[in-house]
Design a protein around this ligand. Structure first.
Ligand code: ZN
Length: 221
């Protein structure tokens, strides 16, 4: 049997999640799924320890309207589960729910929503390479004290939760990362990789734009 994480390991959370049922990015409730009844453990799939819900789905869930939740799920552009699976999925969430839902404001790292309001996105929502934030141009990044134990263990992050915005006006994060990966992919050694990323993120816009266009035309071929 797997060891359940403690509540302290599960909270707080950051912002980069979607509503479990409708897929909306602006989730407002966190459900902790700390129970693992035998029948759930015997399934050949599992949910994570959190479920994030938007206001609308939270209302349906609290009302016990599972049929509507299933329909909301199936209305997503590309639902991964069929109707029976979606129905079982709702049952699993209910069976695993281990305490009352927690409002977003009480569940997120203090200050992280404020960064988002200022136009900065937590780096972990964008890429697993969170160390990029450390070399991101200073005027395009912010940080707040980290409180999550697992993230505090990562020395590179210096005990901070980092959020960034694209270094050039008019660029989307999609542009930024296509550009960036096209520059750093040649480097295997972590220090060289990060140095190359630092240089790329501080490049002139015209230079970066040329490289982005080259990278885009290569991927079109
Ligand atoms: Zn929803």
């Amino acid at each position: 049997m797997s060891q359940s994480p403690t509540r302290e390991e599960l909270l707080p959370v950051s912002t980069g999640n979607r509503c479990l049922f409708c897929g909306a990015a602006d989730w407002t409730w966190v459900y902790l799924l700390g129970n693992e009844p035998d029948w759930v453990q015997q399934l050949d799939w599992s949910l994570s320890w959190h479920a994030f819900l938007c206001d609308a789905c939270h209302d349906l869930y609290e009302r016990g309207d599972d049929e509507t939740l299933v329909r909301v799920y199936l209305d997503q552009p590309e639902p991964e589960a069929d109707e029976d699976q979606a129905r079982q999925w709702v049952r699993v969430v209910r069976a695993r729910q281990s305490e009352p839902p927690i409002p977003r404001a009480d569940a997120v790292v203090p200050g992280v929503d404020n960064l988002a309001r200022q136009g900065f996105t937590p780096i972990e929502n964008l890429t697993g390479a969170c160390e990029l934030a450390v070399v991101w141009p200073e005027e395009h990044r912010r940080s707040i004290p980290e409180v999550r134990s697992w993230a505090l263990e990562d020395e590179v992050l210096q005990g901070r939760l980092w959020a960034v915005r694209p270094p050039w006006p008019g660029w989307t994060f999609d542009d930024v990362f296509i550009y960036l990966w096209s520059v750093v992919d040649d480097y295997q050694e972590p220090k060289q990789w990060l140095d190359a990323a630092a240089k790329a993120l501080h490049a002139d816009e015209s230079e970066a734009r040329d490289q982005l266009e080259r990278a885009r035309s290569r991927s079109d071929m």
